[in-house]
Design a binder for this molecule. Sequence first.
Ligand SMILES: Nc1ncnc2c1ncn2[C@@H]1O[C@H](COP(=O)(O)OP(=O)(O)OP(=O)(O)O)[C@@H](O)[C@H]1O
Length: 276
Amino acid sequence: MTALLTVNALSVHVDGAGAPLVDDVSFELGEGERLGVIGESGSGKSLTALAVLGLLAHPLRASGSIRLAADGGDVEVVGARQRRLDTVRGSTVGAVFQEPLASLDPLMRIGAQLAWPLRQHRGLRGDALRRAVLDALADVQLAEPERIARSFIHEVSGGQRQRVAIALALAARPRLLIADEPTTALDVTVQAGVLELIQSAVAERGMSLVFISHDLPVVAGIADRVVVMRAGRVVEAGETRQLLSAPREGYTRTLVAASRALDDLLPAAPLDGGRV
Ligand SMILES: Nc1ncnc2c1ncn2[C@@H]1O[C@H](COP(=O)(O)OP(=O)(O)OP(=O)(O)O)[C@@H](O)[C@H]1O
């Protein structure tokens, strides 16, 4: 399988401070592959995602290597100039975060926000652009796309906001989607729908996925391979089924046991992907 993303010995430091927050992390992601990143709060999952997106801000600093296979050739994200990163963000890699407002502008109508990447990356104008905005909203199963396009973000529900954020992440047709706890902030009744949407969008477009969560059953249902992080390091990595049925490390065993204990309380919700 061709590697779309290769992370090698990635560390993230606070400039001038001691121990790294992300420490010597390596993994690879092939075209069309879905990778789950799991670990407790503070284990370094989000910083790893931000590093891949080239979004670490001072005083955070990455070292090591993050290579993305972009259309015009490989891009080394660590140390890349802003202009180089602008060419891969959106078109090679898109992102959805826990809090949709992280990627949405409260002062701009939703349609105008979506129009921007469609114009920039796909060169659309006029009627074609207006149609593409409505199609992008319909693609994320938002009813009444015309009304949503005219709305500001505070005029739609939390679940609808996350769907808009997904539409925005997909607008430039990236080859890789990074979803960082995309359902954690949502009402439990809308989590399942948003997860299904991410899964179907990734499958239909043949995209690769990095799915970050602290929720093992959710990751089990979505990822081909899993990376387990703790205290900034990868403690275990492997094919999802194998890793969950025979975890080698004590920490992974604890995570699996905790999920199974919960599973026993919810007999209708099997570990393997049935939940939310
Ligand atoms: N800007 C920052 N400056 C200093 N430390 C930071 C900064 N951002 C994050 N950290 C620290 O880095 C560590 C890893 O944070 P990170 O957000 O990657 O964890 P996480 O695994 O994504 O957690 P969660 O599941 O709660 O989102 C944490 O100890 C956090 O406090």
